[in-house]
Write a protein that binds this ligand. Structure first.
Ligand code: ARG
Length: 588
């Protein structure tokens, strides 16, 4: 379906043409004086210079051509030459009728669906997920769902940090504590124990301890590097231990991501592409894409137009080890080979902006990725506490993601019980649904690149620009519809009718914008646009609701129109929150 704004603009262009002016002057925008009109066109102002005529005269002539318009109920030429516009109620209700009957509320399928890989999550094995991982998971999931909704094939890859020195450190520390484990016995040729020698909780202490020791103790660091190398070279014991650590870590990650309703199609990581690295290095050397610089193999990525420092992309360190960059290049190559994606979107902290610029350029320069494949990095800002510094626990430590989720559930649980009585089991279930909305909306409603302040009180509030407010609105619509259905009305028979109040018309206009909003959010990879849209929609719905006695309305035609409107509003709100990655309860 065409976008409402495009239909309006077409009508206006036609009028300019009929009046003898360049149709391109007929651009229409949403009014910045909603007290006077709904839309406006400033084309006559631009036309004045072109046609050496007073703008208001041109506007007047164009308005004359719109007297019989099927789109505008009002087209008024006002000084100094604006066209103030209002939509016809029947045009709007016809549009909504068509939307409601169309598969995705009027959103057109892409001409050619793309394969898009979304690289998000990015947790590191052996390190507990902390609040910093929230954004990657939440934004990435929304971006992936948005791509899929629009009609693309979207594949999410968690891309774990599961290789390299961090693993060598963990292995070394386990060895210090339990030297007699068979993993460390070079002569052991039996079956290794099935279970990991430690728990995930242990790991979350082991890694920082090892990392601390390696900084103070060069011999320890040496041992960790050795363990890393052994693992990379396929040492049987190291490999077996690594696998057991992976198993418990991945189980733990799955649990946390599940609780966030975040799901990955691919559970790949840095380790996945290790076998591809030697071949890739050979290719890069043979084709002269990389050269030696101070002992390291690098790809120059500086371009003449660069205004900022652009160091070369290091592919192999001087000690022969591969690194984060190497894995990312090999991963790009692997994805191209396996999925031939048209686009790869990466979500990490914006401190990796330069890093990804280097990697993308290196991949392009060396032909690891076809020139038409789009590589996009979305660097997001930090989650801060109210003091403006990175979000911490009350004691000043790093906030674990699982604790943050639990705290939010606790708060929404309290809020629910403040506002209504509910059996405990239902309250707990509802609290976790509402908490997810609070967390995700709190994050997504900010433009990704910006830092934001994590404000538990604000995020969990049932009022204002929050997730719970959006849910509250959906719950309200559900409950009105349920009441009407209970009284015996067949909701499926509802027919749209024309709006009868300004509030109703605003609501209808909001609904009609759905396809344009989704298109823009997708084009700009900007889930916050969907948040802004549903917030406005919820506000307009609530204004309409407070003015209108829906359930007790006697006029059948009116009531039927409202039911149709409510069903559409519910469908659109639920679709939008589905894209954002949360759901609404039946009651709250
Ligand atoms: N594990 C990385 C980190 O914690 C994030 C991974 C992002 N994805 C990638 N392909 N590099 O910073």
């Amino acid at each position: 379906m065409k976008k409402l704004i495009d239909l309006i603009t077409e009508e206006m262009k036609g009028a300019f043409e009929k009046a003898g002016y360049d149709p391109e002057l007929g651009k229409v925008s949403v009014s910045n004086r909603p007290d006077l009109c709904e839309y406006q066109c400033n084309g006559a102002m631009a036309g004045a210079k072109l046609y050496h005529k007073a703008p208001v005269a041109i506007a007047g002539e164009v308005a004359g051509k719109l007297a019989e318009s099927r789109v505008f109920s009002m087209a008024e030429a006002v000084n100094p030459g604006f066209l103030n516009l209002k939509l016809r109620e029947d045009f709007l209700s016809e549009y909504l009728k068509e939307m409601a009957a169309s598969e995705k509320y009027g959103l057109e399928a892409p001409e050619k669906p793309k394969t898009v890989i979304v690289d998000y999550g990015g947790p590191n094995v052996a390190k507990p997920l902390h609040v910093g991982h929230l954004r990657s998971a939440v934004i990435g999931e929304a971006v992936k769902r948005l791509c899929a909704y629009v009609g693309h094939r979207a594949i999410g890859d968690i891309h774990m940090g599961d290789w390299g020195l961090q693993m060598g450190l963990v292995i070394t520390e386990i060895r210090e504590r339990m030297p007699d484990l068979p993993y460390f016995d070079p002569d052991f040729d039996g079956e290794y124990p099935e279970d990991a020698p430690c728990t995930v909780e242990d790991l979350s202490e082991i890694y920082p301890t090892a990392s601390g020791k390696s900084k103070d103790d060069p011999a320890y660091r040496e041992r960790a590097m050795e363990a890393t190398l052994k693992l990379q070279n396929g040492d049987r014991g190291c490999r077996a231990l690594w696998e057991r650590i992976m198993k418990i870590s991945v189980e733990n990650m799955k649990e946390i991501y599940d609780s966030l309703d975040v799901h990955f199609e691919l559970w790949n990581g840095e380790s996945t592409v290790q076998e591809l690295i030697p071949g890739m290095l050979r290719y890069l050397k043979e084709k002269d894409y990389m050269h030696l610089s101070e002992g390291a193999w690098v790809i120059d990525v500086k371009e003449e137009s660069d205004t900022k420092e652009m160091p070369p992309c290091i592919v192999v360190k001087s000690d022969g080890a591969s690194l984060y960059n190497t894995t990312d290049l090999a991963t790009i190559m692997d994805r191209v080979h396996k999925y031939a994606p048209e686009q790869m979107i990466y979500l990490t902290d914006k401190r990796q902006d330069l890093y990804f610029e280097q990697v993308f350029r290196a991949a392009r320069k060396s032909g690891l990725v076809p020139s038409e494949t789009e590589l996009v990095h979305i660097g997001f800002g930090t989650v801060n506490g109210k003091d403006g510094h990175a979000f911490k626990t009350r004691e000043g430590g790093v906030m674990k993601l699982s604790d943050l989720i639990a705290d939010t559930c606790e708060r929404t649980h309290d809020r629910i019980l403040e506002s209504r009585e509910m059996p405990e089991e239902e309250a707990l279930k509802t609290a976790s649904i509402v908490a997810l909305a609070a967390l995700k909306y709190g994050d997504l409603s900010n433009q990704a690149t910006k830092d934001y302040i994590f404000d538990m009180e604000k995020f969990t509030s049932f009022e204002g620009d929050t997730g719970p407010y959006i849910l509250y609105t959906i719950v309200r619509i559900k409950s009105i519809l349920a009441k009407i259905a209970e009284s015996g009305t067949d909701l499926g028979k509802a027919v749209f009718s024309v709006s009868r109040s300004e509030a109703e018309k605003s609501l209808m206009t909001d609904l009609a914008r759905f396809n344009a909003v989704i298109e823009a959010a997708y084009r700009e990879i900007a889930p916050h646009r969907i948040c802004a849209y549903i917030y406005e929609l919820a506000n307009d719905f609530n204004r309409f609701y407070h003015e209108t006695k829906i359930v007790t309305e006697e006029d059948e035609e009116k009531k039927s129109g409202w039911i149709a409107l409510l069903l559409l509003a519910k469908g659109i709100l639920e679709t939008c929150i589905g894209i954002l990655g949360f759901t609404a309860p039946d009651k709250m």
